[in-house]
Design a protein. Structure first.
Length: 417
């Protein structure tokens, strides 16, 4: 094969990759434009912001109105600081505010794909990353677009934080994780990565403690001073149980679904489900312990990022469907063998996105997989990782690509900042 032939094939592959990514982008625009009027979560955020601007308590359900004569059916669940981005949006007419929020969401999803490729997987095709971002994990991103939730905001903040972590910029990492945690608090668990030494940075226990104090100040401070001091508080609105099914494809929800099918007594279910989930969590962590020990010895921040994200989603009792948008990069990073780059990566992306693609075409899977497919696919990929040799992550082609990119990762993050 001549050089010109190789160059021509490379250009053709590159062109096909860009064309595939453009098709996914067109699908994103299509679904975003069709779903702009839905966004039930965004409507609650705007109603809470309007109530706060009017001097009312946004945590009192009767103070939230979606439109004149239309009371809200759901409460506002986040800390007062989470209202900040919606105070300006609430000044706009609701249709315009929803359109702007949806446009922001589409831009966030594009940004997420850019962060994944620029800082973590430079050899994975754009089309594969875009496909997993929009349709992966039972179309988690489409769930977020329809709901107008803050999951994509959290996802981009967290993956930008992980890029800082990979580059050794731990203060920036801590600040971004805190920013991502002011909505649902759960992402604060990623601050534990500050206690992990890597090849680029040592453990920072004092920074970990300071970040926790800062998050507590952001969440609890407004209840001590200012208008929020007279508010009831968001903890009173938190649901007592977890939803089950495709809206919350978690291990907890799957266990509860099974308990409902086989245990008639509700009081017994309330005892059995937490115990069964605790046993599952202990088994998962025990099975993951050799991998975690290998990651500790390797000191690879990218490997830690990917593994921590997988464990977070597999353990979270309430990730919700849109929370699985975080899983796109780990699914491709941990893809088996021939599926780690080029056409193989695109084939694997299509495989893990099949459920979401069919759901988007109104042909959803039925049965347990239809309800918990996002969890089951991620758990299956993680099981393959744990069953493989301990050094697989260091030896595969994708990890090599990340290693090649690392010398410039720090400068890239600084330039982006």
């Amino acid at each position: 094969m001549t050089f010109s032939d190789k160059a021509t094939r490379s250009r053709l592959r590159g062109g096909a990759d860009i064309l595939g990514a453009a098709c996914v982008l067109a699908a994103l625009v299509y679904y975003a434009s069709r779903g702009a009027h839905l966004q039930w979560d965004a409507k609650i955020y705007l109603a809470a912001a309007r109530a706060a601007r009017a001097g009312l308590d946004p945590y009192v359900l009767t103070h939230l109105t979606l439109a004149p004569g239309r009371p809200a059916a759901l409460p506002f669940l986040y800390p007062p600081v989470a209202l900040s981005p919606f105070l300006l949006l609430a000044q706009l007419p609701v249709p315009r505010a929803l359109a702007l929020w949806m446009t922001l969401h589409a831009a966030l999803l594009v940004g997420l794909v850019v962060v994944w490729r620029r800082f973590f997987m430079p050899r994975v095709p754009w089309s594969a990353l875009a496909l997993v971002a929009l349709f992966g994990s039972n179309a988690a991103a489409l769930w977020d677009l329809r709901a107008g939730n803050v999951a994509l905001v959290e996802a981009l903040l967290l993956w930008t934080a992980f890029a800082c972590f990979a580059a050794g910029r731990r203060r920036a990492f801590a600040a971004l994780v805190v920013a991502a945690s002011v909505f649902k608090l759960a992402p604060a668990v990623f601050l534990l990565l500050l206690l992990v030494p890597t090849a680029r940075a040592k453990a920072r226990p004092l920074l970990f403690a300071g970040a926790l104090v800062g998050l507590c100040a952001l969440v609890g401070g407004p209840f001590l001073i200012g208008p929020a001091a007279a508010w009831r508080g968001f903890l009173a609105n938190l649901p007592s149980g977890f939803p089950v099914g495709d809206a919350n494809p978690s291990a907890w929800a799957a266990i509860e679904s099974g308990a409902r099918a086989f245990v008639a007594d509700a009081a017994w279910r309330e005892r059995i489900v937490p115990l069964a989930w605790a046993a599952y969590a202990a088994a998962l962590l025990a099975a993951s312990a050799p991998w975690l020990r290998g990651a500790w010895r390797a000191g690879d921040p990218v490997r830690w990022t990917m593994g921590a994200t997988v464990l977070y989603l597999l353990l979270a009792p309430r990730p919700m469907a849109y929370g699985f948008v975080l899983a796109g990069a780990p699914l491709l990073y941990f893809a088996p063998g021939v599926f780690r780059r080029g056409g193989g990566a695109l084939a694997f992306a299509a495989l893990v996105s099949a459920q979401g693609l069919l759901a988007a075409l109104s042909m959803p899977f039925g049965g347990a997989f239809g309800l918990y497919g996002a969890f089951l696919v991620l758990a299956g990929v993680w099981a393959v990782v744990l069953a493989g040799p301990p050094s697989v992550a260091e030896s595969d082609a994708l990890a090599g690509a990340v290693q090649d990119a690392r010398p410039s990762a720090r400068s890239r993050v600084r330039a982006a900042a």
